[in-house]
Every structure is written in structure tokens, then in C-alpha cells.
Design a binder for this molecule. Structure first.
Ligand code: CDP
Length: 223
């Protein structure tokens, strides 16, 4: 299959940087498809917990990853025919995702699944290794970040809006820990690749960040 002409915008960055929202809005504006790659690791963690596959069993997890019955449809995520949007957003699944994501065999098993999202007219994909591993030929690679303090504040507000209790010090601590784990792992660590362009959104609104990504995309399109 040739991917000629099907542009990918890869948006990588740390936890709570706002890349999910920015990615989704950029995809909407361009009429492109959208890949939330983190959701795949969360789905695998959920499937493993439900089917009692140990999060220490790399081969078992890789096998499970290749056979998962998942669908992204009408804005919802389905696992074995059940809508699991809320179930995969728990802290437990987030932590499980970050554990299963550290196994090379798991990452390899999810590679084709991620690449299958590349369909006309284009794709906007968010994660940690979209530009470095999954779509190295992406037309535009953005490394979207913000200071740990700003990210903690954003997550705190998000939780408050959902009526959930939260402690900002604890959130900041968790964000720093997740940054450390995602950056230190040996396979596909979180790092900005040489051909990516940095977008620090510490003092930007979501709308400004979306506009900036669109402007950078227009620039690469006219080149
Ligand atoms: O937004 P947040 O960082 O909380 O979570 P996410 O994007 O849903 O990703 C969950 C976990 O999956 C992350 O902590 C990463 O360890 C892992 N992940 C990854 O390794 N590679 C990706 N392309 C996406 C997520």
C-alpha cells in the first residue's frame, strides 16, 4: 500500500500538555482522521485486567494486543462491543497503560494497528512516538509541551470541572513522576526528535495552540 499523498501531522509530548484536545481540534478543522494512540495502551491495560493477563507478562500482553476487538466509532471507543470511554480514563488504566507501554513486544504488536489509521484525506496523531517511530515520514512533527506547573494546574481544573476532588501538589508530583518514567524507558522514550518543531503552550490558550499548529502545517504544505 502506498501512503503517498496522505499527510500525517504527528503531535507528541508529555502528560497533560493538552495535546489530546489540540490534536482533536486540528483534525476537525482540517477534516482529517484522528488517532489517540494513548487510548490503545489504555485499552490494552483494561483488556489485560479484565482477562487476568498479568501486567508483567510481556508475551501474553503482546498476544492480547494483536487480537483486541476494538473500534473507534461515532466519537466512542469500543472494546469487545462495549463502550469503554470512561473505563479507560481511570488512574488505574493510566498507570497500567504506562506499564504495558514499556514492553517492546507490546509496542511492536500495536504498530500496524496505529498505521492503519492513516487514511485519506489525512491523519492527526497524538502520543509519545508518533513522529519518531510510528509515522517517521509525517509532514509535520510537533513536540507540544508546557511547564510541569502549568500542566498540573490544567489537570487540576479539569478534575474540578468534573466534580472530582484533587490535590494540586499531588498532581504535580504525579506529572513529574510520569515524565521521568516516560522519558527514561529504553524503548520509544518521550523525547523531541530532531526534525520536530517545539510548541510550548505554557502561556497559550488551546485556541492559540490550535491556530499555531495549523499555521505551521500551512507552511509545510506550500514548501
Ligand atoms: O494524557 P496522558 O499522558 O495521561 O495519557 P495517554 O496519552 O492516554 O497515554 C497513557 C500512557 O501510554 C502514557 O503514560 C505513555 O506511557 C503511554 N503511551 C506511549 O507509550 N506511547 C504513545 N504513543 C502513547 C501513550
Amino acid at each position: 500500500m502506498t501512503f503517498k499523498g496522505i499527510s500525517v501531522i504527528a503531535i507528541d509530548g508529555p502528560s497533560a500538555s493538552g495535546k489530546g484536545t489540540v490534536t482533536q481540534r486540528v483534525a476537525e478543522k482540517l477534516g482529517f482522521h484522528y488517532l489517540d494512540s494513548g487510548a490503545l495502551y489504555r485499552l490494552l491495560a483494561l483488556a489485560a485486567m479484565r482477562q487476568q493477563v498479568s501486567l508483567d507478562d510481556e508475551a501474553g500482553l503482546a498476544k492480547l494486543a494483536s487480537g483486541m476487538d476494538i473500534r473507534f466509532e461515532q466519537g466512542f471507543i469500543w472494546l469487545d462491543g462495549e463502550s469503554v470511554d470512561d473505563a479507560i480514563r481511570t488512574e488505574e488504566c493510566g498507570n497500567g497503560a504506562s506499564r504495558v507501554a514499556a514492553y517492546p513486544a507490546v509496542r511492536a504488536a500495536l504498530l500496524d494497528l496505529q498505521r492503519a489509521f492513516r487514511k485519506a484525506p489525512g491523519l492527526v496523531a497524538d502520543g509519545r512516538d508518533m513522529g519518531s517511530v510510528v509515522f517517521p515520514d509525517a509532514a509535520l512533527k510537533i513536540f507540544l509541551t508546557a511547564s510541569a506547573e502549568v500542566r498540573a494546574e490544567r489537570r487540576y481544573k479539569q478534575l474540578m470541572e468534573k466534580g472530582m476532588r484533587a490535590n494540586i501538589e499531588q498532581i504535580l508530583h504525579d506529572i513529574r513522576q510520569r515524565d521521568e518514567r516516560d522519558s527514561a524507558r529504553s524503548v520509544a522514550p518521550l523525547q523531541m526528535c530532531a526534525d520536530a518543531s517545539l510548541l510550548d503552550t505554557s502561556s497559550m490558550t488551546i485556541v492559540e495552540a490550535v491556530d499555531e499548529v495549523l499555521a505551521r502545517f500551512r507552511q509545510v504544505c506550500v514548501r
